[in-house]
Design a protein around this ligand. Structure first.
Ligand code: ADP
Ligand code: ZN
Length: 750
């Protein structure tokens, strides 16, 4: 008899089960076990041993669920790292990592069987037995060439594909044939072809020739640098300005790995970018890409997962952060595009992992090449690059004749004084919009509304009050007349007189995209205006409709939130306007500077990608603000240097790790009590490193009050020790009879 440790999708440690050898279960297999009196779960076999665990009543593993293990050895190490680093249990990692339908649970075995799904299959097509020989094919052609040329063409394509793919039984995937289903159905009716459902398999494509773009010299150098990084077992950070052609470099790397039969993962931060990217990859790697994101149906996600588990390699998988959990056989390459994007961080469910960091960890766990790409790398990655931990590669120029756009800084306060401001539009911006519209070009207007927290700003000098301890802007809280720091809880009376220029002109700031849309339509009644934000793109189709109609120039002006900054390649755009950069500079976040720079550079990157030089108009009341100056000169390095110095002075990442504890409850008193209990338990160990509790940026959510505590662990200190201490403080708090009623969530590396 054998014994297995099994992870179940519960916030619990592992459990032991007895294991009958005849089940032929391996580590990484999904198995069915009974847990409690009437509950059947899918579990993952973590380890197998012949030593009986010291537990009197072991239940047996009931069955093995799939023919292949669904967790790879590297995947197993990754789960362990995530559980440890993000302070979660393996069960919580399992809950998140496996698609729901791949881990059925039920109240009886029959019910569980009914819920089980199969790996994704696809249609395979072969010519009928009669058409298998050369002679019969030529005879068929001779007879039908004139009357049914289309049919002959398809039949010959199938025959050619079967030879090309060395398909012994003549079956080839339908997706490679590329004709519509009705046409194939007609061929079947005529008895010319056979159709079967089979599990998709990829070519071991040593013999496959991909049609790759020719690289420029700069791109070529970058490519060999990336290869060099891999030889040195280092992560490569590809820092290339927008339009420098990072994607083309990726394509060459992808081709190398696929040709060697290895698998490739391309991660993107948002679903919205996947479609344009997939289109580009599909043009080269026809029929090979597998997509994965939350807008797929649960069935499709489950079946895709199982198919990849059974794959032998050579896969090209493209998707958002959760893609990192897909089984990757023969791992070769992981590309994390737009690596700076916060979309890689899971923020609303345990474990709160960052997929970019998981990819970096994967490079340590196996011989997988990891490339982080961005036009504006995160300071964390940049720091790793300058310290030599990553291999740093820079592309400073746009590809081909492309030049970076001209940046025009437009001072809103001056415009107001000179009477050059109409509603939210300075003359500079109106002029440039006009210029684009009259030459039949397009305009993108950006207004950040997401993550908008009301702040106070002087309308005369542009000053906004900041926390003296935390170097972030103070947030105006609705209910009170006070301003509050949402890191340390520092508060001060809201004053109507500006402490900087002493005029009485302080106002609460902020306006949204809808307003911009309305105003721009009034200013340019001729123009067709589209709006892209959370409200207009609630569904994938609504989103796609807006994007493609702008692409096809059915709109002249696109107004949007940060969605519009996300890597789109619109041909006709010559003017980009940032309505209110002050908004970005004033977010109450220690990363505000970095984010503001990234956002502005990314939005600016949408201008003039194909025509002559594009123009970017940035409206701000603080034209001298350092971030605005860095954007104006497109000087990432200057931004990074000064910002790193600030971070160091205030002990922020990458010079520390920030860990956030969040508590919520409908009973405000109880919440306060629990938060203070946890804070004092933490302070007993960590002292000054504990900040808060404070009320969260969003104080009330779904009728519950929310509070948070932030812990700052300096870089270089042992995170392992810190985690042990945190676990103790959490346990102590959860033992306290009142405090334990309040759930606490932990977020490492906010
Ligand atoms: P990035 O991802 O760095 O912003 P892209 O990869 O989108 O840049 O490239 C910008 C534009 O330049 C795209 O339209 C792309 O097709 C074109 N391009 C870049 N490199 C090449 C190349 N080597 N051959 C042909 N076109 C290229
Ligand atoms: Zn503060």
């Amino acid at each position: 008899m054998l014994y297995a440790q099994v992870v179940l999708p519960l916030a619990q440690p592992m459990y032991s089960f007895s294991l009958d050898e005849s089940l032929a279960v391996e580590v990484g297999d999904a198995v069915v076990v009974q847990f409690g009196s009437s509950r059947f779960y899918t579990g993952i076999v973590w380890s197998i041993s012949d030593v009986r665990p010291d537990y009197p009543r072991l239940k047996p593993i009931l069955r093995k669920l799939y023919s292949h293990p669904i967790l790879t050895p590297e995947g197993q190490r990754l789960w362990e790292w995530i559980a440890d680093y993000y302070l979660a249990t393996l069960g919580e990692v399992m809950r998140l990592a496996l698609p729901s339908l791949a881990k059925p649970s039920a109240t009886s075995l029959t019910e569980l069987d009914e819920r089980s799904i199969e790996p994704a299959t696809e249609q395979f097509i072969a010519l009928s037995e009669e058409l298998q020989s050369e002679e019969s094919l030529s005879a068929y052609r001779a007879k039908h060439e004139r009357r049914a040329p289309r049919r002959v063409e398809t039949v010959e394509r199938i025959a050619a594909l079967a030879v090309e793919r060395k398909a012994e039984d003549g079956f080839v995937p339908r997706r490679l044939i590329g004709v519509e289903p009705q046409h194939l159905a007609a061929l079947r009716t005529k008895g010319l072809i056979r159709i079967e459902e089979r599990i998709r398999e990829n070519l071991n494509s040593a013999e496959q020739n991909f049609l790759l773009p020719t690289l420029s010299q700069a791109q070529d150098v970058a490519l060999s640098e990336i290869r060099k990084a891999h030889a040195e077992h280092k992560v490569a950070l590809l820092h290339g300005v927008t339009g420098s052609g990072k994607t083309e470099i990726y394509i060459h790397l992808i081709a190398e790995h696929l040709s060697a039969g290895r698998s490739v993962m391309v991660l993107v931060p948002e679903i919205v970018i996947t479609s344009q990217l997939i289109e580009r990859l599909e043009r080269i790697f026809e029929g090979r890409t597998t997509t994965y994101h939350s807008r797929l149906t649960p069935l499709r996600r489950g079946r895709t997962f199982l198919r990849l588990a059974a794959s032998t390699g050579g896969e090209l998988i493209v998707g958002v952060r959760s893609t990192i959990f897909l089984p990757m056989r023969r791992p070769g390459l992981i590309i994390v595009d737009e690596e700076h994007d916060m979309g890689y961080k899971q923020s609303d469910m345990q474990p709160r992992y960052n997929a970019r960091d998981c990819a970096v960890v994967m490079s340590r766990l196996c011989d997988v090449q990891v490339v982080l790409g961005s036009a504006t790398p995160s300071l964390e990655s940049y720091m790793n690059a300058i310290s030599g931990k990553y291999h740093y590669i820079e592309l400073k120029e746009r590809w081909g004749k492309g030049v970076l756009p001209e940046i025009i800084i437009s001072d809103t306060i001056r415009a107001l004084k000179r009477g050059e401001r109409k509603t939210h539009f300075n003359l500079d911006l109106r002029d440039n919009i006009n210029r684009s519209l009259t030459s039949g070009e397009q305009v993108i207007l950006f207004q950040n509304r997401r993550g908008y927290a009301p702040y106070l700003q002087c309308r005369t000098c542009g000053y906004s009050p900041r926390c003296p301890h935390c170097n972030v802007t103070l947030t105006q809280h609705k209910a009170s007349s006070r301003l509050e720091c949402h890191y340390c809880g520092f508060t001060m009376e809201r004053s109507l007189v500006c402490p900087n220029c002493e005029t009485q002109d302080m106002a609460t700031m902020g306006f949204g995209t809808e307003k911009v849309e309305e105003e721009v339509s009034r200013l340019f009644p001729e123009a067709r205006v589209l709006r892209l934000d959370g409200d207009t793109s609630t569904s994938e189709t609504a989103f796609q409709r807006i994007v493609s109609s702008f692409e096809q120039h059915e709109g002249d002006i696109l107004v949007g939130t940060q969605i519009v900054s996300k890597g789109f390649d619109f041909e006709g755009v010559s003017t980009v306007g940032i309505l209110n950069a002050d908004n970005l500079l004033s977010t109450p976040d220690f990363r505000a500077t970095e984010r503001a720079f990234q956002l502005m550079m990314q939005v600016a990157g949408r201008a003039g990608r194909h025509n002559d030089r594009g123009r970017v108009v940035i409206q701000t009341s603080q034209p001298k603000h350092p971030v605005i100056q860095y954007v104006a000169s497109a000087d990432y390095h200057a931004m990074a240097r000064t910002e790193l110095a600030e971070r160091k002075a205030f002990g922020y990442p990458p010079y520390s790790h920030l860990i956030r504890f969040q508590l919520h409850n409908s009973d405000y008193e109880l919440l306060r009590y629990a938060a203070h209990t946890l804070a004092s338990n933490l302070r007993a160990i960590f002292g000054q490193r504990v900040m808060g509790p404070v009320s969260s940026a969003i104080e009330m959510l779904r009728g519950e009050h929310r509070a948070e505590i932030i812990l700052k662990i300096e870089a270089g200190a042992s995170m392992k020790r810190a985690r042990e201490c945190i676990t103790r403080a959490l346990e102590a708090t959860r033992k306290e009879p009142r405090a334990k009623k309040v759930p606490i969530s932990v977020d490492v590396d906010i």
